[in-house]
Design a protein around this ligand. Structure first.
Ligand SMILES: [Zn+2]
Length: 178
């Protein structure tokens, strides 16, 4: 069985805009701006043998604001930029009560089925509490990067910067093995 690092897309891989106090994803390819701080940590995790898998809620697809084709184009750019192995999308609005809308763990289960993952050894990296909650529901470890969206620190660990994720992960694994 393989292990993966799951990364939230908006705010980790690409820069989030903030509108009326809420994070907003890019809704057109011209708005997609990759986060340069994510390049090196993700390369190091890939070199350590993890699959790199992004997960993302994109309710604007279901709401008819974001064309699926535009989203797919953005994802092909992100896959190339970060050497991602896969991207799993929930296109539904939260009012649809689908099993894949984070904080529900459906995307993690879907990825686990496709890639034969041992979720107990997988790690979720995000700047939002919803991912920590999904991680807990799926049995993964979560590391949250400080942001206005992490809630009451529900992650297994919180780091100040994305660059601190790799060393934090090493320490978590050392503690678990001891
Ligand atoms: Zn969904």
């Amino acid at each position: 069985m393989r292990t993966a690092v799951f990364v939230e897309r908006d705010g980790i891989l690409n820069v989030e805009r903030v509108e009326r106090g809420q994070p907003m994803p890019p809704l057109a390819i011209e708005q997609l701006q990759h986060n340069p701080q994510a390049i090196e940590p993700l390369l190091r995790l890939k070199a350590a043998g993890y699959l790199l898998i992004a997960t993302t809620n994109q309710p604007w697809v279901s709401r008819g604001v974001l064309p699926r084709r535009e989203l797919d184009l953005m994802h092909s750019i992100l896959r190339r930029t970060f050497s991602l192995d896969d991207i799993f999308v929930c296109p539904h609005d939260h009012s649809e009560f689908c099993p894949c809308h984070k904080p529900r763990p459906g995307l993690l289960f879907e990825a686990s089925f496709k890639w034969k993952l041992n979720l107990e050894h997988c790690v979720v990296i995000s700047n939002k509490w919803q991912d920590a909650e999904a991680a807990r529901n799926a049995g993964c470890t979560s590391i949250l990067v400080e942001s206005p969206w992490i809630g009451a620190g529900r992650g297994d660990a919180v780091v100040a910067r994305l660059g601190d994720v790799v060393s934090k992960l090493g320490k978590l694994q050392y503690t678990q093995a001891a």
